[in-house]
Design a binder for this molecule. Structure first.
Ligand code: IPE
Ligand code: IPE
Ligand code: MG
Length: 259
């Protein structure tokens, strides 16, 4: 398995347009409640924001967009809401995959699919297969995903694959088993809905991601809101442990001629 550069192993470059944006799409329920509508109306409306975000990211040259659709803890919600979310997911897959494919978008689903209905799992596999060579944007949907689940499943796979190395695993031994292994670490994390927490999303991968929180509710999140988030990202100084002076080139770097 190929390993991508890790922000803790090397100092990565900091692209102007984030290469990878990861989003916690939060606030659907409150959006509906504000309108005296049932929570599920907010989820339905949230799909429109997903379409907008995919289009806007593709237009702006973002290469990876990862959306948190259902967390490993969302099973704790009322049965009816969970059921609705599953049906919506299935419906959206059925309805949108051809369009994604036409737009040269690769679709990936990450998460523990073992608890999903067989038909849904099959739809997921077909969609991934159909779009696997598309190059415009990789859209990853995290469904029944948890950052802790991901780290543990990777660890278990690694131990099974390389029992002889147990006790001496390195980051580069481990990282290829994570479910986001083929994507660079996110440059920008966006959470809508006002909460300032990570809610068990990409725990490993967010090590040096720039975090952006907005009170805007997910169904209201549009291309202009994405641009605001990207503009905030562009103001950040990505030091990766170094000093500001080092970034500005004031201090000679160790190993440089005359330094
Ligand atoms: C996010 O919106 C969507 C999912 C978690 C599936 P919420 O449903 O969490 O909306 P709020 O946070 O209750 O407003
Ligand atoms: C996080 O939102 C999960 C998704 C958006 C899928 P939640 O609404 O479930 O997060 P908490 O419970 O407020 O932390
Ligand atoms: Mg929420």
């Amino acid at each position: 398995m190929a390993t991508l550069p890790s922000s803790t192993q090397i100092v990565p470059d900091a692209p102007q347009i984030p290469r990878h944006i990861a989003v916690i799409m939060d606030g659907n329920g409150r959006w509906a409640k504000n309108r005296f509508m049932p929570r599920i109306a907010g989820h339905k409306r949230g799909v429109e924001s997903v379409r907008n975000a995919v289009r806007a990211c593709a237009e702006r040259g973002v290469q990876y967009l990862t959306l948190f659709a259902f967390s490993s803890e969302n099973w704790r919600r009322p049965k009816d809401e969970v059921k609705f979310l599953m049906q919506l997911f299935m419906h959206v897959l059925e309805a949108e995959v051809s369009k994604l494919h036409r737009n040269n978008i690769r679709l990936k689903i990450v998460g523990d699919l073992s608890q999903f209905d067989e038909r849904l799992v099959q739809l997921v596999r077909e969609a991934e297969e159909k779009t696997k060579n598309n190059q415009q944007l990789t859209l990853t949907v995290a469904a029944n995903y948890g950052g802790r689940w991901d780290i543990l499943q990777a660890l278990n796979h690694l131990v099974r694959a390389h029992p002889e190395k147990a006790g001496n695993y390195s980051e580069s031994d481990f990282a290829p088993y994570l479910s986001m292994q083929d994507a660079p670490e996110p440059d920008l994390f966006i959470r809508t809905g006002g909460e300032k927490r990570v809610s068990n999303f990409l725990l490993w991968q967010l090590a040096y991601t720039e975090l952006y929180f907005t009170d805007m509710l997910w169904p209201d999140f549009d291309a202009a809101a994405l641009d605001t988030a990207i503009a905030s990202y562009q103001q950040r100084e990505r030091r990766y442990g170094r000093t500001s002076e080092q970034l500005q080139g004031d201090v000679p770097q160790r190993g440089m001629a005359g330094g």
